[in-house]
Design a protein around this ligand. Structure first.
Ligand code: IVH
Length: 669
């Protein structure tokens, strides 16, 4: 792993030095700022994760803060959520039914808006002045981009009137109108620079630029769509936004109140066509419950509010030739057909590969090699094939015969009743499945075992040292050190990582097992409902079904998983290895106290328990946790080997630094 990292660092430094030279000396950049920033960001991150690999001549040091000023991360006062997507009127009907049921109202008033395709910002105003602009970041904390946002002409720096709240936040979308986008790309191509793929990337890239004078030149725009704060003028969204426009904000004039699904449908139909005449990109509409009281009542999901949904307009399409099909086998054995296409331009990018989903879809559309197919790029990143132009079918073409045998291990594929996908049933012998399970298990969001990346997992598998995830815990230092590009130190790292993983909370262990359909959130819900592995193992189908987020498919999958004696044996070995099979503090969703309420903590270093457990502890007492120290941090809880950069920053900002003991003492008070 560290060999791989060193190589990557060397590559990044070389590339960035070359780009710097082109930009500053030759004055003819070959990459856009966004790609440059991404490389630099990766370099900075890698160097901070691997201080031992830092180098005195790294471009990250030389350019320092002039060019790659790191944006300061600031916690959001209110989490910055995203929206659930819908694609059909049926889904909108379901949304309406759900909202009416939850609110108990017979009819609800909605506000329909256009969905601007840019990048979200949250602006904080105090006493009528813009004081801060944050990007979404991870939803909990975002980058402080105030200097850049100040250059956006449509963002008021001081408000008009005198009836705005003393302090409030307003959220909206920063976007690049087509006119600015075209002008900028013309200039870039003239200079020999790569044009931006689409206005959304251009807006996001520009907002993260270091030179705000350049940001100012690029002609960004900003439309507001959400007002937050304690003392809002009205208890409904629509009137608040109208009032906000009187204070000087740009609010979409195309916002419309709708009293029924029929009216929503009319709005959507109208704008699906008319949006093409707008001077900026929209990728859908947003439908919100107007009443703030009902918004509060219906509340939030983990990443999005319940009271609003996005409706995605039908995606852009293009025609191209289907050249061949590859079949990929995933961790769960699911086979995914992937189309190789004659390259085609679609919604700003060149598309060469597309997902074909499954055999059912191929049969349904009777897709054949050599066909002219319709490719579509919707909300998802990977384009998909949605149909065939039969009129252009070559004579003598033959229906496609779907693979019958696993392209990797040759086992006959199965297609379970009621499923559209084929699976390779050779769970214990098919390489991508074994490897996939190991990679999933050691992954950041699962057991988070440092030092084992893809490369190491492959090496362990190839040398026959590991056949399943329980084997990881039997590894000996000499065995790991004997692998190519590994040494004593990396072996020790891996063993330490494995040891540390033994204190990962039960929910993570459950997720790490890789039970089909049981994602991170589901695993958490199941862990906190059943409290132990035995609890989950002995749960009946009906008991599982009663768990939040668990439906028939997941319940069935959990039962099947433990019903397989091989899994049962694996789980027993993991238990013997010392993994946590009982829920504890870190799994408990319950709020114990509010003693840390309103306080923000950053937790860094090693503790008597896993770091995540310390985090959970803080949260359970009402505190907030963040990944990096900022002016909003109240305490840095520093454990053993706590990050020096964090300590320095805390010192500089006057953030209190405490240890684990002091934290626990605080809780006892
Ligand atoms: S409302 C809690 N309204 O779409 C409410 N979002 O896919 C959150 N967006 O994060 C957002 N136009 O960046 C809202 N009229 C609009 C919007 C809009 C664009 C963006 C926004 C949001 C994303 C969700």
């Amino acid at each position: 792993m560290s060999g791989e990292t060193a190589k990557r660092l060397e590559f990044l430094r070389g590339e960035l030095n070359r780009l710097n030279h082109e930009y500053y000396v030759l004055n003819s950049p070959s990459a856009d700022d966004f790609s440059y920033d991404r490389l630099m960001e990766e370099l900075v991150t890698l160097e901070s994760l691997h201080p031992e690999l830092r180098s005195a001549d790294s471009p990250s040091l030389r350019v320092g803060s002039d060019i790659v000023k790191e944006f300061v991360q600031v916690r959001h006062k209110y989490p910055m959520l995203s929206l659930g997507n819908t694609y059909s009127m049926e889904e909108i009907e379901e949304f309406d039914a759900r909202m009416r049921k939850e609110s108990g109202a017979e009819r609800l008033e909605y506000v329909c808006e256009l969905k601007f395709d840019g990048t979200a910002v949250g602006l904080t105003y105090e006493k009528g002045r813009l004081v801060r602009a944050l990007t979404r970041g991870d939803g909990e904390a975002g980058d402080d981009v105030t200097a850049n946002v100040r250059t956006v002409r449509s963002v008021p720096l001081a408000l008009t009137g005198d009836d705005y709240p003393q302090e409030f936040e307003i959220r909206g979308e920063i976007f690049m109108p087509f006119a600015s986008f075209d002008r900028m790309n013309r200039e870039r191509t003239a200079k020999g620079a790569a044009p931006f793929a689409n206005p959304r990337n251009a807006a996001a890239g520009t907002l993260k630029m270091q030179d705000s004078a350049e940001v100012a030149r690029r002609g960004l725009d900003c439309c507001m769509y959400f007002l937050l704060g304690g003392a809002l003028p009205f208890d409904n969204h629509y009137d608040n936004m109208r009032r906000a426009s009187e204070w000087g904000f740009k609010v979409s004039p195309h916002m419309q109140k709708c009293g029924s699904v029929g009216e929503i449908a009319a709005f959507l139909a109208r704008w699906d066509a008319e949006r093409k005449t707008l001077p900026y990109d929209t990728d859908g509409a947003v439908i919100k419950v107007n009443s703030l009281a009902i918004q509060r009542e219906t509340g939030l999901r983990s990443k999005s509010p319940r009271w609003a949904v996005a409706y995605k307009f039908k995606a852009e399409q293009a025609f191209t030739r289907l050249l061949s099909i590859d079949y990929q086998v995933g961790r769960t054995g699911a086979v995914t057909p992937v189309a190789n296409l004659a390259p085609v331009q679609l919604a700003g990018t060149t598309v060469k590969r597309a997902s074909l989903h499954n055999a059912e879809q191929i049969e349904l559309h009777d897709i054949r090699i050599g066909d002219t197919v319709i490719v579509e790029k919707g909300g998802e990143i990977i384009p998909k094939i949605v149909g065939v132009d039969r009129a252009r079918r070559a004579e003598g073409s033959v229906p496609l015969s779907y693979v019958e045998y696993c392209p990797v291990c040759g086992t006959r594929l199965v297609r379970p009743a009621g499923e559209a996908k084929h699976y390779c049933p050779n769970e214990s012998g098919c390489r991508p499945q074994i490897l996939g399970r190991i990679e999933h298990f050691v992954g950041r969001r699962a057991m988070n075992i440092e030092g084992i990346g893809e490369e190491t997992a492959v090496a362990l598998l190839e040398k026959g040292l590991v056949r399943d995830v329980a084997d990881l815990y039997d590894l000996k230092k000499e065995q790991i050190a004997g692998l190519e590009r590994m040494g004593e130190r990396s072996a020790e790292n891996i063993l330490a990582g494995l040891e540390k993983s033994k204190s990962a909370p039960f929910a993570r262990v459950l997720f790490a097992l890789g039970i089909r359909y049981a994602g991170e959130t589901t695993a958490k819900k199941i862990a906190s409902a059943f409290r132990s592995l035995d609890g989950v193992r002995n749960a009946t189908f009906d008991e599982l079904m009663q768990t939040d987020e668990v439906g028939e498919k997941i319940a069935r999958s959990v039962i099947d998983y433990f019903g397989d004696s091989r899994n049962a044996a694996l789980v027993d070995r993991l238990k013997a290895a010392g993994l946590r099979f009982e829920a504890d503090e870190a799994d408990a969703p319950v709020q114990v106290s509010q003693s840390l309420s309103g306080k923000s903590f950053v937790i860094s270093g090693n503790f008597s328990v896993a770091r995540d457990e310390v985090k959970a502890l803080v949260e359970r007492h009402g505190g907030k946790t963040a990944g990096s120290v900022s002016s909003n941090t109240d305490f840095l809880v520093a454990g053993d080997k706590s990050g020096p950069a964090k300590l320095q920053k805390a010192e500089k900002l006057g953030v209190k630094i405490i240890d684990e003991k002091a934290l626990r003492a605080m809780l006892e008070q």
